[in-house]
Design a protein around this ligand. Structure first.
Ligand code: ACO
Length: 331
């Protein structure tokens, strides 16, 4: 039995919001945003486009590459912090939109670490099911523009909308190694206050006061998150390299969560990984939360830059705080 990635897909909406556009909205400059984050532009979905729509686009592309139809899927795992609704799950809405009538569906919340959590859970289900689940569609998708406070210059410059999808196949007749070489996911609930959307849940249901106090938007202590992000990504990467015995020089590509170019550089330096092997698209995409790592993976894949046998190290961190790393072998 072997579990492999047989398709990838990603999607960002057409509309581009540049740093120059943001200069007209809040007290900021292109120079500040570029030098502090590396971001020049991000993509923003229109009002009638939901996270399930973004997901459907990435899903269709991944299914097409995989060469299977949606009704062959057994599982849909959607990582998101911007579900269409609290319930039903975005995965259920996506199931209807793509016609995946035979799939079990669930959403998963791990903020920007979402895709790595989603892959870990779906992979483990496939592995443990002895063939009950054959095909899984694993997504990270977020319409962050729907929870960004467009009057808060410290957060609104960071985020964009997007989606990514991976199709996993569990093949009982294939005896090649799985795509997962080693993985590590973690969390520290002591840091829940550093990065959160305060209202709208059972702790603080929506009210006039929550709206007036702008509590339905992302609140973030950027500086604190910055330091913990570097540690979380570097430590989880070190863990997967240690348990697998794969050395930094053997890794073809590192795909870090695209949160901030300075965070990416600091983490790469800690790991002795040369920047030319670290994939970065933050200039044009911004931070797309759960979609981020998967968009990079799909871009590399479609550009023909992933070769059979390549080691690919993915890593992310996000609200929770959560973090994780997955070392993959490309097949
Ligand atoms: N334009 C101009 N000035 C700004 C802006 C802006 N857009 N935003 C903040 N400033 C100002 C601040 O007010 C501050 O001014 P002061 O010194 O007069 O008080 C100054 O710039 C420095 O602010 P800092 O917050 O210290 O800036 P920092 O260098 O830390 O950069 C940033 C801020 C970009 C947010 C950084 O801390 C960061 O990237 N943090 C991590 C964010 C992240 O990755 N979040 C996790 C993922 S999101 C998820 O999980 C959904």
């Amino acid at each position: 039995m072997s579990i492999r990635i047989i398709g990838t897909g990603s999607y960002v909406p057409e509309r581009v919001l540049t740093n120059q556009d943001l200069e007209k909205m809040v007290d900021t400059t292109d120079e500040w945003i570029t030098s502090r984050t590396g971001i020049q532009e991000r993509h923003i979905a229109g009002e009638g486009v939901f996270t399930s729509d973004l997901s459907a686009e990435a899903a269709k592309r991944a299914l097409e590459m995989a060469g299977i139809t949606a009704d062959q899927l057994d599982l849909i795992s959607v990582a998101t912090v911007t579900p269409d609704t609290t319930f039903p799950s975005t995965a259920c809405v996506l199931q209807r939109k793509i016609g995946a009538v035979n799939a079990a569906c669930y959403d998963l919340v791990a903020a920007c670490t979402g895709l790595i959590y989603s892959l870990e859970v779906a992979y483990s289900l496939l592995k443990a099911s002895s063939g009950k689940y054959r095909y899984a569609l694993v997504l990270g998708a977020d319409k962050l523009s729907s929870i960004v406070d467009w009057t808060d210059r410290s957060t609104c410059i960071l985020f964009g909308d997007g989606s990514s999808a991976v199709v996993l196949k569990n093949d009982p007749d294939d005896h090649s190694p799985d795509f997962v070489v080693a993985s590590k996911i973690g969390a520290n609930g002591n840091y829940t206050d550093l990065l959160k959307l305060p209202a709208g849940g059972s702790a603080m249901p929506a009210s006039h006061a929550t709206v007036d106090n702008r509590l339905h938007y992302i609140h973030m202590a950027g500086k604190e998150v910055f330091k913990l992000a570097v540690n979380g990504m570097a430590d989880s990467c070190k863990y997967v390299m240690n348990v697998s015995g794969v050395r930094p020089e053997e890794i073809a590509w590192v795909i870090p969560h695209q949160a901030n170019k300075r965070i990416i550089s600091a983490a790469a330096q800690r790991l002795n990984l040369p920047l030319e092997r670290v994939y970065v698209n933050i200039e044009h995409i911004g931070n797309t939360s759960a979609a981020s790592v998967g968009i990079c993976l799909d871009e590399l894949n479609r550009a023909g830059k992933l070769k059979t046998g390549d080691y690919i190290l993915t890593t992310a961190f996000g609200g929770g705080l959560t973090w994780g790393a997955m070392l993959m072998r490309w097949t």
